[in-house]
Design a protein around this ligand. Structure first.
Ligand code: PAF
Length: 279
């Protein structure tokens, strides 16, 4: 099966996409089965699938190693083979940001500053800025994002609503290993012992969901007790949010919710989340 065509220039991509119905899957490369689930969904939704591969400097903080982020375009193209992707858009930083850091950027507001945003200041503003640029370049009819990065998905959906962008956001469920570990490019950094401990995040989410009819305190206690049982897991945050606002739910909350966990597993930081219902 043929590989996608690689386009590195904005003008060329626009010319090739003129008049086409496009589904966009924005990525930073290091593609895995989680990304392939997004790509496969994109192929169901539009005739032309574009995968962008761009390690966006704007969403890396000073303490995060932009240079060390895995880059393997050849490997990514091989991974995409046979998944119906017409184009991989792989611009250079100079193509995306010809004047260096752009003067006009997006701000995600309060939700961009809590949870993941608290440990990665500026991350979500940089993410929203590049996603808005990608929407302007590709002009997709639909863009596909993973539920695994629930806060990112929420912020993108709100940006589209707030700015009346003409794109539909399609969420795709988290892809998991057979033992429940959410697939992530960071899993490769886990030692065998850490890998064995890492599914505790998913088990904690399951415990949280099954305590949903006993209220928020029981939900948090159930998840906490699973996480505390794993020596190699250190919790950064465990929160239950209202999916409409992404704010932590009050004690008397009833209705759909989302439990979110970030934890250090050895030296690797993992995140996971899942839906639950609070009665
Ligand atoms: O989720 C990612 O890989 C990135 O945050 C995204 C959406 C491609 C923007 O750079």
């Amino acid at each position: 099966m043929s590989q996608p065509q690689v386009v590195t220039e904005i003008d060329e991509l626009r010319a090739r996409l003129a008049g086409k119905q496009v589904a966009l899957v924005p990525t930073m490369g290091a593609l895995h089965d989680g990304h392939l689930a997004l790509v496969d969904r994109a192929a169901e939704l539009a005739d032309t699938v574009v995968v962008s591969i761009f390690v966006n400097p704007l969403q890396f903080g000073p303490s995060e190693d932009l240079e060390k982020y895995p880059r393997d375009l050849e490997g990514d193209l091989a991974t995409l083979e046979g998944h119906g992707v017409a184009y991989v858009f792989a611009p250079t930083p100079a193509e995306m940001y010809p004047d260096g850091k752009p003067q006009t950027t997006l701000r995600g507001g309060g939700v961009a500053e809590i949870l993941e945003g608290r440990s990665r200041p500026g991350h979500f503003d940089g993410m929203l800025t590049v996603v808005a640029k990608l929407f302007g370049i590709v002009r997709p009819h639909v863009a596909v994002f993973g539920q695994k990065d629930a806060q990112q998905l929420f912020l993108v959906q709100r940006m589209v609503r707030d700015l009346d962008m003409l794109v539909r956001i399609e969420p795709v469920d988290t892809v998991r290993e057979p033992d429940g570990l959410a697939i992530s490019s960071r899993n490769r950094y886990l030692s065998p012992e850490e890998r064995a401990a890492a599914p505790a995040l998913h088990r904690a989410l399951e415990a949280a969901a099954s305590a949903g009819d006993r209220g928020i305190d029981a939900v948090l206690a159930a998840a906490q007790s699973v996480l505390m049982g794993e020596e190699l897991v250190t919790v950064d945050y465990l929160k239950v949010v209202d999916p409409r606002t992404f704010q932590p739910v009050p004690d008397d909350y009833r209705g759909p919710a989302r439990a979110l966990i970030a934890a250090q597993v050895g030296s690797t930081r993992l995140i996971d989340n899942d839906a639950l219902y609070l009665n």
